[in-house]
Design a protein around this ligand. Structure first.
Ligand SMILES: *Cc1c(COP(=O)(O)O)cnc(C)c1O
Length: 231
């Protein structure tokens, strides 16, 4: 399915997702403004991003540095308040490019990456906010540090590498009850004194909001199905 098959526009879908986030937040007595929507535009072109910008949205997520470099520099020049999140794995040799373009890096999951971000930050005089990605399902193929390694990695990133660590991020296993993972992430964040929780995608963002998400990352429900599934 492509967007043109659908009578709904990006603006309609954005409004619906925002409405559902607000409803889920109010339902448990949270301030809806405490939950921020990251519109995940990976695989979609700059025109799709423009439609969201025209509707007033300013926060986007991309999972590949190179793909983001193809769409966002011009858009960021045009919309200085655009906030761009890196949500996919970062290779150390791309750290400089990532620090130059992204405002938030959500996928810090090992010390080498933290060190590369720190070095690039120093060189470029830009200090992106960082999330530590936790592999809550302990899936061998998935990025993220193990839950048991989280406290140590947070300390290393904060104290040794002086990253601006603001929170934790997770992607639960596809076939598991997401609430267990969201609750675990919330617990790990609380015990490390971290305020931000990036959790919840198109299929489960309302559950995530009820369990304390401060950022939800939603792609398909806003931009439609992707033509291919990036690794
Ligand atoms: C693609 C992606 C999303 C968005 O997924 P949807 O199911 O399309 O909402 C969220 N987080 C990460 C890390 C992603 O790679």
């Amino acid at each position: 399915m492509t967007l043109s098959d659908s009578p709904e526009t990006v603006a309609d879908r954005l409004a619906r997702v925002e409405h559902r986030i607000a409803k889920a937040a109010r339902g448990i007595g949270r301030d809806p403004a405490a939950v921020k929507l990251v519109a995940v535009s990976k695989t979609h072109d700059a025109e799709a991003v423009r439609a969201a910008l025209a509707a007033g949205h300013r926060r986007f997520g991309e999972n590949r540095v190179q793909e983001a470099e193809g769409k966002f520099p011009d858009l960021k020049a045009e919309y200085p308040d655009l906030e761009l999140h890196l949500i996919g794995p970062l290779q150390t040799n791309k750290a400089k490019h990532a620090v130059a373009l992204f405002d938030v890096i959500e996928s810090v999951d090992r010390e080498k990456v933290a060190a590369a971000i720190a070095e690039a930050s120093e060189k470029l005089g830009r200090r992106p906010r960082c999330f530590i990605q936790v592999n809550t399902g302990e899936e061998p193929q998935k990025a993220g540090c193990l839950p048991a390694e989280t406290d140590a990695l947070v300390a290393l990133c904060r104290d040794t590498h002086r990253l601006d660590v603001v929170g934790l991020m997770c992607i639960p296993p596809a076939d598991d009850e997401p609430s267990l993972h969201f609750a675990l992430l919330a617990k790990l964040a609380a015990r490390n004194g971290l305020k931000e929780l990036s959790m919840g995608m198109s299929g489960d963002y309302e559950v995530a909001v009820r369990l304390g998400a401060t950022y939800v990352r939603v792609g398909t429900a806003i931009f439609g199905a992707r033509d291919y599934t990036p690794a």
